[in-house]
Each structure stands twice: as structure tokens, then as C-alpha cells.
Design a protein around this ligand. Structure first.
Ligand SMILES: [Mg+2]
Length: 305
């Protein structure tokens, strides 16, 4: 294999979502950094609607890429991470999405593409946890890096106007949230590390690996993406001012007597709903579901930035 011969130059694979408009010349940027760092030409792979990144990441590994750079939004990042998790090829990030939530949680400057490209080739490495989410209807196993949810927050993702999301980002989610009010609760059973912790009507269950969403709101104030634990937030607004107390609970870290938001931490969480509800992973609506088992995989993904 040429990739292993002593004279072969290292090569990055860049998995790019062509649907994300960027006003920079990505190919020129990559060429500049590859040449400066003594790397060979990048392997370019474009995502499609049918294959938003998993197939491309597998192809990148097959071609012997030394780093796989996800150039897109959190959806692209999630698909690339699904393939790289558990392996030893690091992931780089070119944050071209709307939310860029993983990049933000990693403390990256999401407007500095030059810095992002330099970091992906020659930056420092760190490992982060990934969360594996397994559903049985449909039978599907995926990973996520930021947060997943069933119920209300997933309904927001499903209902968010894509054009609006591109233009105004987080405000689009807020708009969708307002249009979805008021919601009906769904009976949920939540089993954390084998122990039932919730069995009642809830509006949303969110599972986080990172804490931050856009607009400075921290859904999971205690979440760390390298502590081997996942964070669970159960939202069950009550009464006329229910949603206000949910938001107030989050802003006020939700540690008071307010039962509108409850937080848990563990290594695995199994969520069973009485009926199907919306399901989202890192901001991508993934249809409906009523059962999912989520398990943390500590330090499974290496990021170079
Ligand atoms: Mg954690």
C-alpha cells in the first residue's frame, strides 16, 4: 500500500457537504495548508442526500487518509464520527453548518476556517466520548456527539423551516418552538444504568454529551464530553407557566425544587415511550420512535484541532 511506504506523503480526506454555501475557496484553502505542512493532495468526497457522510468516511479510510475532515454541519460531523469512532484516525472539523454545535462545544472559533484547517492537519489531539443510540423500530444504530432527544425538542427539529434555519440559525428553532406550543405529554419510562428513574408523562427527554446550544443556552450545565457519562434532561412542563419554568430551570441550572426539569447522569439510558414521538440526533430529525437505548463510549473519538 502506497500510504505505508516511507516516501508517501500524508493525505487528509475532506468530506464536504456541497449543500452548505461558504464564501471561501475551500479547495485553495486546503491546498495551501497541505503544501505548508508537507502533506499530499486531499482526497475530496462529497456528501449526498442519500449518503450524508457514512459511505464517504468509509471510503476515506479505505484510501488511507491520515485525518478525515468533516466540512459541513453537525449532521456531516455525526456521520463521519460514526465511522471513525473506535478507530485511530483522527477527525478534523471545518465548521460550515448553521449550528456547528460540536465545534462550539470544543471551543473552536467557527468563523476561522484558516485556523480550523491548520488545526486539522497539525493541531493537538484530544479524545471525546461518543454516544451510541440503538433503536429497534426501525432497526438502526447511530452515534451522536452533542445531543439527542425524543419529544418536544425533536418536534422542533422536524418543524423547523430549513430556509429560515439557514438564514437566522437558532431563532428558527425558537420560532418552531412557539408554533408547537402547547404540547401533549407522553408517558415515558426512563431506565438509567439499569434502574428506572422516571415513569410518568413528560414532554421531552434530551440526552447530552455536550452542554451548549446556540444562543448561549446551556441545556446540560454539568455535561463534559470526556467524563464517560451522558447527561439526561427530562422536561415535563406543568400548568399555564410550564414552559417558562422549564426555561427558568435551565437558566437557573435547574437544581431547585422545580420538577419541570430533572437531570440525571449515567453510562446508559433506555427510553421507552407509550407511543411514537419525534426523534432527533445532533439536530437531524430521524423520524419517529418509541424506544431507544443510548450508551456512552468513553474516549471513542479522536479530534485534531
Ligand atoms: Mg459526559
Amino acid at each position: 500500500m502506497t500510504a505505508n511506504s516511507p516516501t508517501a506523503l500524508k493525505r487528509p480526506a475532506i468530506i464536504i457537504n456541497p449543500a452548505k454555501p461558504v464564501d471561501i475557496d475551500v479547495r485553495a484553502l486546503a491546498a495551501k495548508h497541505c503544501s505548508e505542512n508537507g502533506w499530499g493532495d486531499p482526497i475530496w468526497l462529497e456528501t449526498t442526500k442519500e449518503d450524508p457522510g457514512v459511505g464517504q468516511a468509509k471510503e476515506a479510510l479505505k484510501q488511507g487518509a491520515d485525518v478525515v475532515i468533516a466540512a459541513g454541519g453537525d449532521g456531516t460531523v455525526r456521520c463521519v464520527a460514526e465511522v471513525l469512532s473506535g478507530g485511530d484516525v483522527p477527525m478534523g472539523l471545518l465548521p460550515f453548518g448553521t449550528g456547528n454545535l460540536l465545534a462550539r462545544n470544543l471551543g473552536m472559533d467557527v468563523t476561522d476556517f484558516d485556523g480550523a484547517m491548520a488545526g486539522a492537519l497539525a493541531g493537538t489531539e484530544r479524545t471525546i466520548d461518543v454516544v451510541r443510540a440503538a433503536r429497534n423500530d426501525p432497526d438502526k444504530e447511530q452515534v451522536f456527539l452533542v445531543m439527542a432527544g425524543v419529544g418536544y425538542d425533536a418536534t422542533i427539529m422536524a418543524d423547523t423551516n430549513e430556509d429560515l434555519k439557514d438564514k437566522v440559525g437558532w431563532l428558527a428553532y425558537v420560532d418552531a418552538g412557539i408554533r408547537n406550543l402547547p404540547g401533549k405529554p407522553v408517558k415515558a419510562t426512563i431506565v438509567l444504568d439499569g434502574k428506572t428513574v422516571v415513569h410518568r408523562g413528560v414532554r421531552s427527554v434530551m440526552v447530552g454529551n455536550c452542554g451548549k446550544v446556540q444562543g448561549g443556552l446551556e441545556i446540560f450545565p454539568d455535561a463534559k464530553m470526556d467524563d464517560g457519562l451522558l447527561d439526561v434532561a427530562v422536561l415535563a412542563p406543568r400548568g399555564k407557566f410550564g414552559w417558562f419554568s422549564v426555561v427558568a430551570g435551565m437558566i437557573g441550572k435547574g437544581r431547585g425544587k422545580d420538577t419541570s426539569v430533572e437531570y440525571y447522569q449515567g453510562k446508559s439510558v433506555e427510553i421507552t415511550l407509550e407511543h411514537n414521538d419525534d426523534y432527533q440526533l445532533d439536530g437531524d430529525h430521524e423520524g419517529d420512535g418509541k424506544h431507544v437505548l443510548m450508551t456512552i463510549e468513553p474516549g471513542a473519538l479522536t479530534i485534531r484541532m
